[in-house]
Design a protein. Structure first.
Length: 245
């Protein structure tokens, strides 16, 4: 601490903090980068689900259209049958046979009536199905541009992150060269865990990494700015609460 009461850290602490700032920046960038593929995959999956809805709506519409065509074919077939019966009836001489033929013709007409009723129901359904398909198709078309924009933004972000990581790694070499080999070795091992803070600040006797209280002896050592590890998590520690000089 200087005469104005400002804490002045030893150089090794300042240098290690500078290195850690870059390393934590790299860690954060790599973490962000790692989830980009999953985000793109989710966008694609959600869009595929939306296209699936449109596809189902189209299939339903086409199925109803097919049913309508079958009904039309059935009606045509039954009308042809009526014509056949009418032709045959003209050649019948016996009243009993003629009445029987008329009954057959009437049965066919009733059957045609039933088919036409079923066709009317299908005609109502086809309008609903067509509207549903048009709606889902529009949603897909509108969403497609947004999906492409979102994917392009993520890919652009991916490129920027990779570029920033390379920039940070280029800075790291000079910073690491300032650290004593033994300290750098310990720090690198802790950094390799990819969790927590390798070089953690102690405040009021509490470790900034594990948030547990240090022993009085360790607290005293860390205030003297010597190389020391946390009693609990074994991470390197420092403090701004230096012993006044």
């Amino acid at each position: 601490m200087n005469k104005k009461g400002v804490v002045i850290m030893k150089q090794w602490i300042t240098d290690l903090l500078a290195l850690q700032e870059v390393d934590l920046r790299i860690r954060g960038l790599e973490t962000r980068l790692s989830v980009v593929p999953a985000e793109i995959a989710k966008i694609e999956k959600d869009f595929e689900a939306e296209k699936g809805k449109a596809s189902q709506a189209k299939e339903m519409m086409m199925a109803i259209e097919l049913e309508i065509k079958k009904k039309e074919a059935d009606i045509k077939e039954q009308n042809e049958l009526i014509k056949k019966y009418q032709t045959q009836s003209a050649m019948i001489k016996k009243n009993e046979e003629y009445r029987a033929m008329m009954n057959e013709i009437e049965n066919v007409k009733n059957k045609i009536g039933s088919i036409e009723t079923e066709e009317l129901v299908l005609m109502e359904k086809i309008e609903t199905a067509r509207n549903a398909f048009k709606s889902e198709e529009k949603i897909c078309k509108d969403r497609e541009k947004t999906v492409n924009d979102e994917k392009n933004e993520l890919k652009e972000l991916e490129g920027k992150i990779k570029s920033e990581i390379e920039k940070q790694k280029a800075m790291r070499g000079d910073l690491a060269a300032k650290i004593k080999p033994d300290v750098l070795s310990i720090y690198s091992r802790l950094l390799g865990k990819k969790t927590g803070i390798p070089f953690a600040e102690v405040h009021q006797g509490i470790c900034g990494n594990c948030h547990l209280k240090l022993t009085p002896q360790t607290s005293n050592s860390v205030r003297k700015e010597v190389q020391v590890n946390c009693d609990n998590c074994n991470h390197l520690i420092y403090t701004n609460e230096n012993v006044a000089s």
